[in-house]
Ligand binder design. Structure first.
Ligand code: HAM
Length: 419
């Protein structure tokens, strides 16, 4: 009978990847905690409407990439393609806005998008997501971007570009839309892909996010929202830039950056790397003014970002696997039970330990001991048991010592401290 294989675009993460993920999560929790972010765990599935209402009907995510199904009561359910919508749903549902002026939330976990899998692009991928919600301003935007850069630096990721744009507000968007449409009307519609011909009618700004090379080429010359934003948006963005400059954060202004989700207004950003191939966005986010209200909450704003953990993992230098402290090797059958119990005691004392029993030559047993990369090896044979002493080998120093069985743990803990 053939075995069952995992689904395309999904992955099993063993060491060292799983270790790198744990390291990223621990670094995120520590660093974001310093900025006042609290962890929130939200469901992996939500009602489909939550995503179509927030991410935007014309986006690739909603049009092509969601894992949507009907539950047993025929309700449409979707595996979350991103975390922002769920975080805001939880924020509104639990009335967090009543308790605090500003709520800072961090959420880590898997997301699902039905995209074509390739290096750095999975159908199940993981994000570290931060949202700052409530009464926020340009200082909040700058603080969140600085926090993201500090996070990447603390993971030892240094080669990246921060791209910034301002996507305007409800005042400057409508006149800009007219300017863009007038420009698009001069373009032969047949030069645009089918999707973009439709987008022109429904949400023309989305054309900037089209991945089709011919559309990308055409949109290079399109008028930008950045150049057509209102005075308020322009001043808001200048403050963000001034604060980033003060902290010596380097960035590029990309006036055509619109991102793949519709909810952004004002500050938007993406962090890209040149070292991981075509799927180069390692983090992205931005400010949103209407989203909380659109999802049934009060008129408050938010800013957030998400990092793609699979893509960050490609940039983190491989770390040395944590070593085993002790390997207890039983040389003969009678020593097997003692080795088993001793390993349990060593673990109770906080030492990472394994035990080993292999029949065969001493040479082959020592091969297994070497392979374990343990700091100490405890050799247990009938001779040792007869005298109640055990031979402890420090594998790095290649020296051996006889120690009474009862003193083994104290000896190792002391020696390890010196080591
Ligand atoms: P996003 O740009 O769609 O934004 O995703 C954020 C990051 O998730 C990307 O920069 C990328 O690193 C990673 N990512 C996206 N799709 C995949 C995939 N198929 N495979 C691997 N990694 C992927 C959002 O999701 C927004 N919710 C971010 C945000 C938070 N905006 C405001 N708050």
């Amino acid at each position: 009978m053939s075995g069952i294989k995992k689904i395309k675009g999904f992955a099993d993460l063993f060491q060292p990847e799983s270790g790198i993920f744990t390291y990223m999560e621990a670094t995120a929790r520590m660093l974001f905690g310093c900025y006042g972010y609290e962890e929130l765990r939200i469901p992996i599935i939500e009602r489909t409407e939550l995503f179509s209402r927030s991410i935007g009907f014309e986006t690739d995510i909603v049009q092509k990439e969601m894992y949507t199904f009907l539950d047993r009561k025929e309700r449409s359910i979707t595996l979350r393609p991103e975390a922002t919508a769920g975080i805001i749903r939880a924020y509104i549902e639990n009335k967090k806005y009543i308790q605090q002026d500003v709520t800072k939330l961090c959420s880590i976990g898997p997301m699902f998008r039905y995209e074509r899998p390739q290096k750095g692009r999975m159908r199940q991928f993981h994000q570290i997501n931060c949202e700052c919600l409530g009464h926020i301003d340009s200082y909040t935007d700058a603080e969140l971007i600085i926090m993201l850069i500090r996070f990447l630096e603390s993971l030892d990721i240094r080669k990246f570009t921060l791209q910034l744009n301002s996507l305007g507000c409800k005042i400057c968007r409508p006149p800009y839309k007219t300017i863009l449409l007038t420009w698009l009307n001069q373009i032969d519609p047949m030069l645009l892909c089918d999707d973009c011909r439709r987008r022109k009618e429904t949400n023309p700004i989305r054309i900037f996010d089209c991945k089709v090379p011919s559309c990308k080429h055409i949109m290079k010359d399109a008028p930008s929202l950045f150049a057509n934003q209102c005075v308020d948006c322009s001043e808001y963005f200048s403050t963000v830039i001034r604060l980033l400059d003060h902290e010596e954060i380097t960035y590029e202004i990309n006036p055509h950056l619109v991102r793949g989700l519709d909810y952004y207004t004002r500050t938007t950003f993406e962090v890209v790397s040149t070292d991981i191939g075509s799927q180069c966005a390692i983090a992205g986010g931005g400010h949103y003014d209407g989203l909380i209200e659109q999802l049934g909450g009060p008129m408050l704003s938010g800013i957030g970002f998400a990092c793609g953990m699979e893509r960050l993992a490609l940039l983190i230098p491989e770390r040395e696997k944590p070593r085993l402290d002790v390997i207890v090797a039983a040389l003969e059958e009678p020593a097997k039970d003692i080795a088993f119990s001793l390993a349990l005691e060593l673990r109770d004392a906080g030492l990472k330990s394994e035990w080993l029993f292999k029949t065969g030559s001493m040479k082959s047993l020592m091969r297994h001991v070497d392979k374990s990369r343990a700091l100490y090896c405890l050799l247990l044979g009938s001779e040792e048991l007869a005298v109640g002493e055990i031979s402890i080998k420090n594998m790095d120093k290649n020296c051996q010592q006889q120690v009474p069985l009862a003193d083994v743990i104290t000896y190792i803990l002391k020696d390890k401290e010196v080591h």
